[in-house]
Design a protein around this ligand. Structure first.
Ligand code: SAM
Ligand code: FES
Length: 346
């Protein structure tokens, strides 16, 4: 059919125009999705083999100055129990992660200005000094150029900053007026320029998202060429303005993972925690659709339930102290192996 023809064309030319993207995204069947997944899986096997990269994520503070309408740790949420880890606690989580075989640490937080750039640089350089064979990824939101620069010079290798949507009008429906789409896009440009392996991304099915929005996201990925793409379903959080909005589509998320792999063959593409939350086998299916990264939680179990971006987030109970073992099993069950390497963009 027509969609299949367009998927083949994407594979050959690494380009579709906006109208073609809209056709693909609005007209696909389960068979088309399976077709894209098998193509995507072949591509990731060719570039990365059956190896899955793991990133230990330390969610070190849930305090945020922002008020994104979708997010469970937005500043207006009075029900969130706020916490901050100290520099020592952050480093301890990473040390434990190192023992478990993690060679990338992702430090993520709300936009919490109580961590100075100097303090963050200290943490990054300490980690790089202790574990020279490791990569450090930051996900701290929008900062000034000088801060990104200092952190890069302190040794940070990668930065995750989802653009959330390539459509400015859509962005403005997801964020209060004090936030700006232009600024977020500018941050992404700066991160790239500073030599970070840079991650952009979206939530699938965020309120007011249309297929045209997603088409624009795909065109943005084509142009920006992020080294990493974070895509997960939107999931509502009970204490946000979007509490009654429907969750994003599981199937569309899997399809988009495949399309990203076909568009950018070497991109580092996680099967996200949100994908594992929307479906019990979501991360496995994500890998089978072309993802090659998994980001298990390294935060102390005592704080995990407090970094609740959306309802029912997985790996926040006591049973999850050992995500590493769990994931090893899960990957093995589908014929993949967890790699003990930094897992850089090739
Ligand atoms: N503060 C940093 C930032 O803004 O990039 C990092 C933390 S922020 C919570 C990380 C990502 O979580 C966001 O980019 C967003 O896409 C995702 N997220 C937030 N709320 C979500 C929800 N309700 N459902 C799915 N993903 C969500
Ligand atoms: Fe966290 Fe399975 S990956 S418990």
């Amino acid at each position: 059919g027509r969609v299949r023809e367009l998927i083949d064309r994407l594979g050959e030319n690494k380009h579709l125009d906006k109208a073609e993207w809209v056709e693909v995204l609005s007209g696909f069947t389960d068979e088309d999705r399976e077709y894209a997944a098998s193509l995507a899986r072949e591509i990731s096997l060719a570039h990365y083999g059956n190896k899955i990269f793991i990133r230990g994520i330390v969610e070190f503070s849930n305090i945020c100055k922002n008020d994104c309408l979708y997010c469970g740790i937005r500043r207006s949420n009075q029900n969130a129990q706020r916490y901050r880890l100290t520099a020592e606690e952050i480093c301890e989580c990473c040390d434990e992660g190192y023992e478990l075989g993690f060679r990338t640490f992702v430090l993520q937080s709300g936009e919490d200005k109580s961590y100075s750039t100097e303090m963050l640089c200290g943490i990054v350089s300490k980690l790089k000094e202790k574990h020279p064979d490791c990569a450090v990824t930051l996900s701290l939101g929008e900062l000034e150029y000088e801060d990104y620069k200092a952190l890069r010079e302190a040794g940070a290798d990668r930065y995750l900053l989802r653009h959330e949507t390539a459509n400015k009008a859509h962005y403005e429906k997801l964020h209060p007026a004090e936030m700006s789409w232009e600024h977020r896009m500018k941050c992404l440009e700066q991160l790239k320029e500073l030599g970070y392996q840079t991650g952009a991304g979206i939530m699938v099915g965020s309120p007011y998202q249309t297929v045209e929005c997603i088409a624009e996201d795909m065109l943005f990925f084509e142009k920006f060429k992020p080294e990493m793409i974070g895509i997960g379903p939107f999931l509502p959080h009970k204490d946000t303005p979007f509490k009654d909005e429907p969750k994003g589509s599981y199937e569309l998320t899997l399809f988009l993972l495949s399309l990203c792999r076909i568009l950018l063959p070497r991109v580092l593409l996680p099967a996200t925690t949100a994908l594992g939350t929307i479906h019990p086998l979501g991360r496995e299916e994500g890998v089978k659709a072309g993802a090659n990264v998994i980001m298990p939680n390294l935060s102390p179990t005592a704080v995990r339930k407090k970094y609740m971006l959306y309802d029912n987030k997985i790996c926040t109970g006591d049973e999850s102290a050992q995500c590493r073992g769990c994931l090893e099993q899960r990957m093995k069950s589908i014929g993949y192996e967890v790699a003990v390497t930094r897992g850089d963009f090739k």
